[in-house]
Design a protein around this ligand. Sequence first.
Ligand code: KE4
Length: 434
Amino acid sequence: MPTDIRTRSRELFERAQACIPGGVNSPVRAFRSVGGDPIFIREASGALLRDVDGNEYIDFIGSWGPMILGHAHPRVVEAIARAAAHGTSFGAPCELEVELAERVRSAFPSMEMVRMVNSGTEAGMSALRAARGFTGRSRVIKFVGCYHGHADSFLVKAGSGALTFGTPDSAGVPAEVAAHTITLPFNDTRAVQEAVERHGKEVAALVVEPYPANMGVVPPAPGFLEFLREITTAHSIVLIFDEVISGFRVAYGGAQERTGVRADLTMLGKIIGGGLPVGAYGGRRDIMSCVSPLGPVYQAGTLSGNPLAMAAGLATLRLLAEDRDIYNRLERSAARLEKGLREVGEDAGVPMICNRVGSMMTGFFHQGPKVDSYETACEADTAFYGHFFRNMLKNGVMLAPSQFEAAFVSAAHTDEHVDRAISAARSAMQTMRA
Ligand code: KE4
């Protein structure tokens, strides 16, 4: 059981803040929205994290999605070690890159050509540039609450009127860049219809997380993705599915396998790197043929296709492909967790809405009746979530340090892990209601 001892974490956090902005290399890790100081991890294995003070946690962050097999899977670790023994980077193509591209293509038939990059952000910025180069258009449509990495064109909130020019959602994003982005409400077909009717001829791409997980999990309304496919086809707009999270998560072939809706370009990341830095983008051959050195759209990367990252990704995807029951087991574990959390909320008289797609879910502390948009997600009680998060930490469970993220169940989570998390939640609620 974890203790409240966080001496070493605190020391490291002090040192980190002296030389790293906020003491972290990615903002959400700073625990700013849940309170308390970040915990520094020494090691992870299977479903467990162990911090630098020796406290152990059942992990539902899963490195924000990549660790679908659990941490330090022996076959993944062995693949990385074997690759490393032959050199860590060549600056020249290698067989592993071809194998991973072929495997991605077999899982995502819409991805006729694939380019490896080093993050989901790079995948998004590159896919958008390819769409702009292919269409000769500049505008992009995205949805509020969907996150596609931190490229300038995606850090844009809705303008004064949703259909007008976007305004920067971060300092450092020039207004001129933001003006090309139209940010619309998710699941709002009428808003999309109006925006496309007004600006369709200038729109290069519509980018969407088919199963949004960055406002918490908010599934698409029935028919919404099919509607996006139809309207983008009708106006020659490139439909980009951001499957950085959903790819190989909600199904081996991601949202496209689950829904049958085929994107023009797809962004991937997280799971395809098996925990190492990998992103990918790809899709229609006619669009990808615009990408250098084939065409005029420039995109490059020193470590793109890195052999260690390819080896980790290949080992992960091979394991997912070999064991097709794995997705049924993930579904069963996640459904068990969801059921248990709902019961805990009901027994404690705490209103909770649980949105789940496969092995990713979010429990919103929300009156209901549903959370089906960014607006309704924002009505969640984030203060209550922060209190719950800190109590769950004390009880040995690591949730995402934000109400607006997903909890991920891995193949390493056993019924015992899930049941321990449910009883930790019950005890957290009792503490909070006391
Ligand atoms: P990266 O650049 O962080 O590899 O990927 C960006 C990205 C793109 N698309 C989607 C749907 C994503 O969820 C992400 C990154 N996800 C966040 C958390 N949801 C990563 C965590 C972090 O920023 O530290």
